[in-house]
Design a protein around this ligand. Structure first.
Ligand SMILES: [Zn+2]
Length: 199
């Protein structure tokens, strides 16, 4: 229960580096477990499986960056689980995915930040990702690989912003032997299983 952690969150907020406070260690563990289950163990942005990945790869992601939006650090609607690539390599502390109107409500906490229209990409909590993006296995040159199908302006922006085409190219290169390792174990095991089935 989120409420169970309220007191410690409140105390941590008074500390300098609230997110890294020992007071919220249990909250973070609880949240990570809960969110991963809700997300079916997929990254909230690229939809790659995190199921067999190490804990270091599964990041608690602040959708509104915590450095620029400190009022939302512990908000359940601002927290999701993403892979390390989407969180650190791509999104990081950037704000280009926010519409300009977002900055009108930045100074103090406001429920108005939780409006899907303020986010150019697919918001993990406010949008249903399946409405805009799917990730499927397709057969290319008689071999299986992952591809994304995006829909609408949000889907297109999301696909470009998270550089999802890189995963598609990577998969093809893996299958053609141009690179020796896959970005996640999900890809290798699924591709191996399908390939075995088709031969
Ligand atoms: Zn990801």
């Amino acid at each position: 229960m989120y409420e169970h952690y309220f007191d410690n969150i409140k105390k941590a907020k008074k500390q300098k580096n609230a997110w890294n406070s020992y007071l919220v260690k249990d909250f973070k563990l609880w949240l990570k477990h809960k969110r991963l289950k809700e997300q079916d163990y997929f990254c909230c942005y690229c939809l790659r499986s995190l199921e067999n990945e190490s804990d270091r790869v599964k990041h608690i992601e602040h959708i509104l960056p915590k450095s620029l939006f400190p009022a939302y650090i512990f908000d359940a609607y601002n927290l999701s689980i993403s892979c390390v690539k989407c969180n650190c390599d791509i999104k990081h502390n950037g704000t280009s995915f926010l519409n300009d109107q977002m900055f009108d409500v930045r100074s103090s906490w406001s429920y108005r930040v939780y409006d899907s229209n303020l986010y150019k990409f697919i918001h993990p909590k406010l949008d249903n990702i399946n409405d805009y993006l799917t990730r499927d296995v397709k057969i290319v040159n008689k071999r299986p690989s992952y591809f994304y199908d995006y829909r609408g302006q949000k889907g297109k922006y999301h696909y470009d912003f998270f550089r999802l085409s890189e995963f598609e190219v990577f998969e093809i290169n893996c299958l053609q032997g141009r690179v020796s390792s896959t970005p996640d174990s999900e890809a290798s095991s699924l591709v191996a299983a399908i390939y075995k089935k088709n031969t």
